[in-house]
Design a protein around this ligand. Structure first.
Ligand SMILES: Cc1cc2nc3c(=O)[nH]c(=O)nc-3n(C[C@H](O)[C@H](O)[C@H](O)COP(=O)(O)OP(=O)(O)OC[C@H]3O[C@@H](n4cnc5c(N)ncnc54)[C@H](O)[C@@H]3O)c2cc1C
Length: 390
């Protein structure tokens, strides 16, 4: 390579989730010496999995993670690291005393309306249910009413969305529901991506591979602050952008999750993920983690009941809210961060966006490759390689 990398040119990567681990891995392979620092006592960020002794099950500690992508480069990359098993996510929903199949498909429609419609008939039926008086939907509720009508909206979207986001769907933008969330056949595969799977030994095994390079030094339980940046040639920061600046302009809004973990001797719910659509049920969903490794024989069954609430400082931030108010605040932090020299903000927290794992990995690959190109041209990598406001 054309880069004259010296030991004193150390790079810091803050965060050992997919953003940090992929960047560290690609830089280490190019000869850089990289310190990966994470405030948690484990690698993997929110994708961390662990086999617990009392259950014997590989558990998704921060909530269920299913790998799905159309990006061949990303799929080739992850499957070159560890063995993936084929896995299809099939989600059920308990609503008003009945269990339905998600995403809304022909089975859901026929069961919900007690009918025996063909695909064509169902398409026409749902189209007639939609509120055609809404020409230009502004809110999530408008959009859902236009697409599927009042009954399906109230059963499958309204209560769940209220619980998940803590606001009425009337306050959320229509853009959240981009496409018609309905299938007119019996396909109940939750995702439509070409490549879907689960790492055979859990996600942590991927991070062990990524961070196992001899040029990488992993430091756990270490909170990296803005002051620490001076010790390094460059910092890739996958922590929260507002935290980097000491929350100077205020706190960006997140939803956090609380999990109630229970271990059973019997199969508790018979599936991996059961949503609860009714507003009167205080939790959003239950995940039974032994169903995430169907190739293993489970002796115990582990259920995580998931509660969503507003995140306060000190909580684990999960989902960025990104409503109008947050975007205004984000703009201030992005302007400030754009002037920060020697720091690149990456990942879901550094750019304050919800990112699936495949997008996170693809962006991290791009950050590492583009940064190397910058150094080769004698330039510093910029503060952002994506626009967090887009
Ligand atoms: C409940 C839930 C379910 C999900 N399910 C799926 C799914 O099924 N499929 C899918 O593709 N994606 C899923 N995702 C998305 C997935 O979790 C993200 O794509 C991924 O975690 C993003 O990786 P990251 O490295 O950017 O962030 P993170 O994984 O959050 O890693 C950031 C790391 O930085 C560390 N850190 C932060 N600040 C500091 C600091 N100052 N000093 C040191 N360390 C610091 C944190 O401790 C953390 O470990 C889900 C997300 C959630 C919330």
């Amino acid at each position: 390579m054309g880069l004259n990398v010296k030991n004193k040119d150390k790079i810091a990567v803050v965060g050992a989730g997919f953003s940090g681990a992929v960047i560290a891995n690609l830089l280490a392979k190019e000869g850089f010496y990289v310190d990966v620092l994470d405030s948690r006592d484990h690698i993997g960020g929110n994708c961390f999995t662990k086999r617990y002794e009392d259950s014997g099950v590989v558990e998704h500690v921060y909530g269920p993670h299913i790998f799905h992508t159309d990006n061949e480069d990303v799929w080739r990359f992850v499957t070159s690291l560890v063995k993936f098993r084929s896995y299809t996510n099939r989600v059920k929903s308990t609503v008003n005393g009945s269990v339905y199949s998600l995403p809304i498909n022909l089975h859901t429609i026929n069961q919900f309306f007690n009918k025996v419609l063909s695909p064509g008939e169902a398409r026409e039926f749902v189209s007639n249910m939609g509120d055609q008086s809404i020409a230009d939907p502004v809110t999530f509720e408008d959009q859902a009413l236009k697409f599927v009508g009042k009954e399906l909206y109230e059963a499958f979207f309204k209560g769940y969305t209220e619980k998940q986001w803590g606001v009425s769907p009337r306050e959320l933008p229509a853009s959240i529901l981009k496409r018609l969330p309905v299938r007119f056949n019996y396909d109940d595969n939750y995702f439509s991506h070409r490549f879907q799977g689960m790492p055979e030994d859990g996600y942590t095994s991927i991070f062990e591979k990524l961070l196992g390079h001899e040029n990488i030094n992993v430091v756990l339980g270490r909170d990296f602050s803005r002051e620490d940046r001076k010790k390094y040639k460059h910092v890739f920061y996958s922590g929260a952008i507002d935290a980097w600046f000491g929350f100077e302009y205020g706190d960006l809004g997140y939803r956090t999750l609380e999990f109630k973990r229970e271990v059973y001797d019997f199969d508790f719910q018979g599936c991996a993920v059961m949503n609860y659509g009714d507003a009167s049920v205080p939790f959003t969903r239950r995940a039974q983690h032994d169903y995430f490794s169907p190739w293993e024989e489970a002796k115990k069954h582990v259920v995580y009941t998931e509660y969503s609430r507003a995140s306060a400082r000190g909580d684990t931030p999960y989902y960025p809210i990104r409503l109008v108010e947050e975007k205004e605040l984000l703009k201030k932090y992005v302007e400030r961060a754009s002037k920060e020299v020697g720091v690149t903000f990456v990942g879901r927290l550094g750019t304050y966006r919800y990112l699936d794992m495949d997008v996170t990995i693809s962006e991290a690959m791009n950050v590492a490759n583009q940064s190397i190109a910058c150094w080769l041209e004698g330039r510093r990598p910029p503060s952002f390689f994506v626009d967090p406001l887009a």
